[in-house]
Design a protein around this ligand. Structure first.
Ligand code: SLL
Length: 147
């Protein structure tokens, strides 16, 4: 598997959370429904490079290590509290042997300026980033070219 020197492949991504307050359906421990996601920032299929995304939730959740092996790389939960979610990306073997760790602070409650909580206005928090692969294999390079 030939490596291409002096070539860099950069993959723009967006990861974050979207959270809905449950309003009348809220209970003490399940006041919000939220989704954590990671996707391509340019509407590419992330599964071209990503084999698996592992989301590490707060230990108060049942089975806090969630493994997603198909797009969309996301999961939804209900809960009451904010915490940091660790996201680990594993790539296809011809893409990269290394993994990437990302961290995202789950946000459930709106900023004061945004007004009171509403079931109609989700709280969105997302981060733009780029995953860069240096000296890609020729196979991977050709695969992204054709996409
Ligand atoms: C806090 N440090 O105290 C944080 C912890 C944990 C949130 C927040 C669990 C829901 C469930 C849940 O929402 N945990 O029991 O399924 O704010």
């Amino acid at each position: 598997n030939k490596k291409l020197k002096d070539v860099e492949i950069s993959f723009p991504i967006v990861y974050g959370t979207i959270s809905f307050w449950l309003g009348k359906k809220a209970s003490e421990y399940h006041s919000h429904k939220w989704t954590v996601f990671i996707r391509s920032a340019t509407n590419e299929d992330l599964s071209v490079i990503v084999k698996r995304a592992v989301f590490q939730l707060h230990p108060s959740f049942t089975n806090p290590t969630r493994v997603i092996e198909q797009p969309p790389f996301e999961l939804s939960e209900t809960g009451w509290g904010e915490f940091e979610i660790a996201i680990t990306l594993y790539f296809h073997s011809d893409v990269c042997e290394k993994r990437v760790d990302l961290f995202h602070q789950l946000k459930l409650y709106p900023e004061e300026e945004a007004g009171p909580q509403s079931t109609k206005k989700p709280v969105v928090m997302e981060t733009y980033d780029e995953v860069v692969f240096t000296e890609p294999s020729e196979a991977f390079f050709l695969r992204v070219q054709n996409h």
